[in-house]
Write a protein that binds this ligand. Structure first.
Ligand code: ATP
Ligand code: MG
Length: 286
């Protein structure tokens, strides 16, 4: 179920207190025991029951009765904490409509200082192994690999956007990161697959130039396709970077080849462009 801005706005301060306590206590418990949660939140028994009831109705918290009564945060509760932090810090004023749902993310239009995009990373149980893990965090989050992996995924994308943008690659401007959520500038364009280009050769060359710049900065996209390239008339943007790898990665050659193949195939099928994958790889790696 997508996140509702109204639900987040209407969360009571006691509900935030519960979400914050759960987040903290989940580093220690798979299911946070009721009495431990009470002590941490300092709420009366009836208040806590009522607030937990609401949070469970909103799918932000879930409970278990075995082996004891306990609670844990689920994705929506975690998202709510991240979004509300971005609001408190002044990054975000309003959450707008959902503009993209992927396997592992939800993307919203939003308002801050101008129009923004909020990308919520949700790396599920199946794929968390593929995320590069930062060892210092694992023990704390060992019960919740999906939560940890989602934070790492957001960090990976934020790091890439920061370096690439400073290095002159055309990507969204990263604005803020909190937990599994990043805020970035809104791109006033369409995905490449949604348009028919008038000057496909120019756009193709611009994509290749940006890939070459990214490669020199140490970044291979790893999920390049017409769905992760945006265009607006003349200008091109490369989006969706959480799975980037370094050129020194053991599979870098294969992964770069796959990226370039996707690009070359798309432009040759749709526009009859004649460059080969090997020619383009040579342009990218210089
Ligand atoms: N900065 C942005 N400005 C405008 N639109 C964006 C921006 N970022 C993403 N979008 C839109 O949202 C869609 C989804 O975003 P993105 O590609 O980053 O994630 P995803 O494809 O859902 O991720 P996953 O790879 O996990 O499936 C994009 O295809 C694009 O249409
Ligand atoms: Mg995408």
């Amino acid at each position: 179920m997508p996140l509702s801005a109204d639900e987040i706005k209407e969360l009571h301060k006691y509900e935030y207190r519960i979400l914050n306590s759960l987040e903290w206590l989940m580093k220690k418990y798979l299911w946070v025991p009721e009495d431990v949660l009470r002590k941490s939140t300092k709420l009366s028994e009836s208040e806590m029951k009522y607030r937990l009831g609401r949070l469970m109705e909103m799918d932000m918290v879930k409970s278990s009765t075995k082996p004891y009564t306990g609670y844990q945060l689920v994705f929506k509760g975690y998202d709510a904490l991240a979004i509300s932090s971005l609001v408190t810090k002044g990054t975000l004023n309003a959450l707008g409509s959902l503009i993209g749902v992927g396997k592992e993310s939800e993307v919203y239009e939003a308002l801050g200082l101008g129009v923004l995009v909020i990308k919520i990373h949700r790396v599920g149980q199946r794929s968390f192994q593929s995320v590069r893990l930062n060892r210092s965090y694992i023990p704390e989050w060992k019960h919740f690999p999906w939560l940890f992996a989602s934070m790492e995924s957001a960090k990976m994308e934020f790091t890439a956007l920061s370096t690439l943008q400073k290095g002159g690659v055309s990507v969204p401007v990263p604005i803020a990161i909190n937990r599994n959520v990043i805020a970035m500038s809104f791109i006033p364009g369409l995905n490449l697959n949604q348009v028919t280009l008038e000057e496909p050769q120019e756009i193709f060359d611009e994509v290749v130039e940006n890939l070459a710049k990214a490669y020199r900065l140490g970044y291979i996209h790893s999920d390049l396709s017409e769905f992760n390239i945006m265009v607006d008339g003349e200008k091109v943007w490369l989006i969706d970077w959480p799975q980037w790898i370094e050129p020194s990665h053991p599979n870098a050659d294969t992964i770069l080849r796959r990226d370039i193949n996707n690009l070359v195939n798309y432009f040759s099928k749709k526009y009859g462009l004649a460059k080969t994958t090997d020619e383009v790889i040579n342009l990218v790696i210089g």
